[in-house]
Design a binder for this molecule. Structure first.
Ligand code: NAD
Length: 314
C-alpha cells in the first residue's frame, strides 16, 4: 500500500515488482512464479481512517479472490500482519497471517534473517570473513525488515549507522548504540556495507558516484533505478548483492507455509539461511564469467525457469 501520483505509476510499480518476484522465486528455487499486488493511495488521500482502511483491504481481498489462487498475497510495504487478517475475510489466498490464526506470522523477520545471511557472504567475499565483529554497516530504512536487520547486525558485533525518514525510529538507534544519520548522509556514509532497507530506486546515476561503501546488501526491492547501474557499481569496485537474491526470506518462509507437511519454523530457518549459499553461487559465477552479480543472478533465474518449462522473463 503506497502513495502514487496516478494509476499509471501504480501499474508500472506493480509490473516492476512482479518481475522482480519472478526472479526472486526462481533464484530461491521455489515452485512459485512472480506476482505483486499494489493498493494505490492518491497523493491527497493521507493515512486512511480505520473503517476506510478495512474497506480498502476487503476490496483488495475480493480482487485477489477473483484470481482463484493463481495469485497469493502477503504483507509488504505499507501493510501489516493485522491487515492480512482483514484481507482474509474476503479471500483464503492470503499468506503470512498471525500464527494463532494458522499463518506463519510476520515474514519481515525471515526477510531480515535472509539479508543477514547474504550480507555475511558479501563480507566473506569482500573482506575474507563472514564475521560482523567490527564491520561497519549503514542501514537505510528502519521498518519491519531494516529494524530487525539492525538488531541482528548489532548482536553480531557490527558498528551501525542507521537512518529513517521517521524520526520516531531514533529510539531504536539509541537502544542499539547506533549512530543516527539523515537518509541522504546514511546512503553515502563511509562504511564497509550499505544496507538499503527502505523503498527502491535508491541506486541511480546521480547517487552511485558518491557511495563510499565496499559492498551493498539490503532488503529493498528494485534498488537499481536501471539494470546498467550494476555495471557502474562493478566498475567502482562495489560488490552488490542482487536485491531479489538477498530479500527472498519472506517468500521462502511463505513457501514453507504452503507445503503439505504444514508450517515448521525449523524448516523455514534452514531454507532462509540457504540464501547465503545462493549468494555465494551468484557472486562466484559473476566473478568466473566476468559479468556483474545482476547478470549472474538473472542467468541463474532464467536457467531455473527454462528447466521448469516457463518462458524467461525479459
Ligand atoms: N517485509 C518483507 O518481508 C519484505 C520482503 C522482501 C522485500 N521487502 C522490501 O524491503 C523494503 C522494506 O520493507 P519493510 O517491510 O521493512 O517496509 P516498512 O514500510 O516496514 O519499512 C520501510 C521503512 O523505510 C522508511 N523510509 C521510507 N522512505 C525512506 C527514505 N527515503 N529514507 C530512509 N527511510 C525511509 C519508512 O519510514 C519505514 O520505516 C521494501 O523495499 C520492501 O519491498 C520487504
Amino acid at each position: 500500500m503506497n502513495v502514487y501520483d496516478d494509476s499509471r505509476a501504480a501499474v508500472r510499480d506493480a509490473l516492476r515488482l512482479s518481475r522482480a518476484m519472478t526472479f526472486k522465486a526462481a533464484c530461491a528455487d521455489l515452485p512459485l512464479g512472480g506476482g505483486k499486488g499494489v493498493i494505490m493511495l492518491g497523493p491527497t488521500d493521507g493515512p486512511l481512517a480505520e473503517e476506510r482502511r478495512r474497506a480498502v483491504l476487503r476490496d483488495f481481498g475480493d480482487a485477489v479472490d477473483i484470481l482463484a489462487g493463481r495469485y497469493l498475497t502477503a504483507e509488504d510495504v505499507g501493510t501489516s500482519m493485522q491487515d492480512m487478517t482483514v484481507i482474509a475475510e474476503s479471500t483464503r489466498h492470503v499468506t503470512g497471517r498471525p500464527v494463532e490464526r494458522g499463518g506463519s506470522g510476520d515474514p519481515s523477520l525471515w526477510t531480515a534473517l535472509g539479508v543477514e545471511s547474504a550480507l555475511r557472504v558479501a563480507c566473506e567475499r569482500a573482506f575474507g570473513s563472514q564475521s560482523l565483529e567490527g564491520r561497519s554497516v549503514s542501514v537505510v530504512g528502519l521498518g519491519h525488515v531494516g529494524g530487525d536487520l539492525a538488531r541482528r547486525l548489532a548482536a553480531g558485533g557490527a558498528r551501525l549507522v542507521v537512518s529513517d525518514v521517521d524520526e520516531r525510529k531514533r529510539a531504536l538507534a539509541d537502544a542499539l548504540g547506533a549512530t543516527w544519520a539523515e537518509p541522504a548522509q546514511a546512503l553515502v556514509a563511509e562504511v564497509d556495507v550499505l544496507a538499503p532497507c527502505a523503498l527502491g530506486g535508491i541506486l541511480h546515476h546521480d547517487s552511485v558516484g558518491a557511495l563510499r561503501c565496499r559492498a551493498i546488501c539490503g532488503a529493498a526491492n528494485n534498488q537499481l533505478a536501471s539494470d546498467d547501474i550494476a555495471d557502474v557499481l562493478e566498475a567502482r569496485g562495489i560488490l552488490w548483492v542482487p536485491d531479489f537474491v538477498a530479500n527472498a526470506g519472506g517468500i521462502i518462509n511463505i513457501q514453507v507455509e504452503l507445503e503439505p507437511e504444514g508450517y515448521s519454523p525449523d524448516r523455514a530457518d534452514a531454507r532462509v539461511r540457504a540464501i547465503g549459499d545462493t549468494t555465494r553461487t551468484v557472486l562466484a559465477q559473476a566473478e568466473a564469467t566476468g559479468t556483474n552479480p545482476l547478470a549472474a543472478a538473472m542467468e541463474l533465474a532464467r536457467q531455473r525457469l527454462a528447466e521448469a518449462g516457463v518462458g524467461a522473463a525479459a
